[in-house]
Design a protein around this ligand. Structure first.
Ligand code: BGC
Length: 504
């Protein structure tokens, strides 16, 4: 497939999608599989009796004698803290990863992520005591922080502009595949006593090893090479990923971005200047909103919810498989649509669908689900359909856009630093939701679904008024083509930026 893309000055530059290029995209996307596997595996492992008996005997005892209540089944802060400690480690690590991306490059940072994650799998899977279990968890977290910082940036930087959305979303696609695989693994090992949980945690090493092997094969991104003064290698890398010999016009654009970037000695200082606010605010908000859609509440609650509404016995597996498959398939929709219909339309359509789903689920549970007992079959089926509608719309919008938009909107000089804030905002609010959700559910009951519906309304308004469209804009021309043209954000773009870009 050959195509041409316009530079910021309107000149087309060519590219060909070669086998090597596709291999680079897919290998790097294994970083998403690591993240997704971890999201999926934690909930399952922490509800396994063998695991609880070994590390949290008091919680196990409590679980045995707990009074059944549909809304307050698993409310336990300590156990939650164990699960979410990973996100705190990842939050801190993403800043270290930003530095590594700048100094070492994207490719070695991806290698580091895979090594740390593999170590996490070994330590967690073999942990003889709580201390090593938590060290394993922290290693997982650092691996996720490094991977989630470097992989989406890598994908956005190597992708030809007209396929950038689709290429970046491979990361999210692999996240969803990782969640699905983890749920299946959880189910498969739940009957292996007493070490099923060790297999589940240890298997996390598999995607990490794939990522490591991939990281040896993939190229470094041209921007990263040129920014670090390796101009010749940068040009070669660009030729390799574009599959054509004539890359001069795109190279010029990258060189210009690198020149500006090299003048910036302190990216974090620059990031807090007024002219850097637009991408920073957008990058952080997109990630915060992604978590306030309530996706992880739904993902985590789905097994309990499905059991509650009437699916007995295999309810957990069934729910995980249903929501997991819907999640993967709907992400494919977004890969096809994102560079055609654009980011904004997908996000807005999803807000409507997610809002309706949340309000409907909340209303059904509020009026029909008592603290004990279950829904009748017909209503239970409606709830399942509504949960799928919700997951579906998240998967083609806020899920992938949470990683795509922040990775493509920063100019090179603040890209890794700004993206680290976006990654850490995701990690922080995943932590907050994971930590608070079960208590909120217990206290707010069905009203929790209205709480998320309200947030969905707010984020819809945010998209309407504040989110610019970045489809089809070269990654190194965002300031010029996006921020300086937006009715609100252009007021932030000071003279300094104008001068820099006038150099072109
Ligand atoms: C989010 C995760 C979420 C997953 C669901 C990711 O983009 O960051 O928090 O669990 O999507 O597919």
């Amino acid at each position: 497939m050959t195509s041409v893309e316009p530079s910021s000055s309107g000149q087309p530059f060519g590219s060909k999608v070669t086998v090597y290029v596709v291999a680079c995209w897919i290998f790097a996307a294994f970083g998403g599989l690591m993240f997704g596997y971890d999201i999926g595996i934690s909930g399952g492992v922490t509800s396994m009796d063998d695991f609880l008996k070994k590390f949290f005997p008091a919680i196990y005892e409590r679980k045995l004698h707990a009074k059944e209540n549909n809304y307050c089944k698993y409310d336990d802060q300590l156990l939650q803290l164990f699960t979410s400690s990973l996100y705190l480690a990842a939050l801190v690590a993403s800043f270290g990863a930003s530095k590594a991306c700048n100094v070492l490059g994207r490719k070695p940072t991806i290698s580091l992520a895979s090594v740390l994650f593999t170590l996490g799998a070994v330590v967690s899977g073999t942990a003889p005591n709580k201390v090593l279990l938590i060290i394993g968890r922290i290693l997982f977290g650092i691996g996720v922080g490094f991977g989630n910082e470097s992989v989406p940036l890598f994908l956005s930087e190597v992708a030809p502009m007209q396929h950038r959305g689709a290429v970046n979303i491979l990361f999210q696609l692999f996240v969803t595949i990782g969640i699905l695989i983890a749920n299946l693994v959880n189910y498969a090992v739940s009957t292996i006593h007493p070490n099923g949980w060790r297999i589940a945690l240890g298997l996390a090493g598999v995607p990490a090893i794939f990522l490591f092997m991939g990281s040896l094969i993939i190229t470094e991104t041209p921007s990263s090479l040129i920014e670090r003064g390796k101009e010749f290698e940068g040009k070669e890398a660009l030729r390799k990923i574009r599959g054509v010999d004539d890359v001069e016009s795109e190279l010029e654009q990258i060189k210009l971005a690198c020149e500006i970037s090299r003048q910036v000695k302190h990216p974090y200082k620059k990031l807090f200047k007024r002219a850097s606010m637009p991408p920073l605010i957008i990058g952080i908000s997109i990630q915060v909103f992604q978590q306030f859609t309530g996706i992880n509440a739904i993902m985590f609650y789905a097994p309990v919810l499905f059991q509650t509404v009437g699916f007995k016995g295999n309810g957990s597996l069934l729910s995980a498989v249903i929501t997991g498959v819907v999640n993967v398939l709907s992400t494919l929709v977004s890969i096809v649509a994102v560079d055609r219909v654009g980011r904004r339309k997908l996000l807005l359509q999803a807000c409507v669908q997610m809002f309706i789903s949340m309000v409907a689920i909340g209303s059904i549970l509020l009026t029909h689900l008592k603290p004990t007992g279950s829904l009748d079959k017909g209503l239970a089926a409606v709830v399942v359909v509504l949960v799928c509608m919700f997951v579906m719309s998240f998967a083609w919008s806020w899920g992938p856009m949470g990683w795509l938009i922040p990775s493509e909107t920063f100019p090179l000089e603040t890209r890794t630093a700004g993206f680290a804030f976006a990654v850490s905002a995701n990690m922080f609010f995943t932590f907050v939701i994971a930590q608070a959700f079960l208590s909120m559910l217990c206290n707010m009951r069905a009203y929790i679904f209205f709480f998320f519906a309200l947030w969905i309304l707010i984020m819809g308004l945010f998209v309407v008024f504040l989110l610019p469209e970045t489809k089809g804009v070269p990654i190194d021309s965002m300031n010029e083509r996006v921020w300086k043209k937006h009715p609100v954000w252009r007021k932030f773009m000071g003279k300094e930026v104008v001068k820099n870009y006038e150099m072109s």
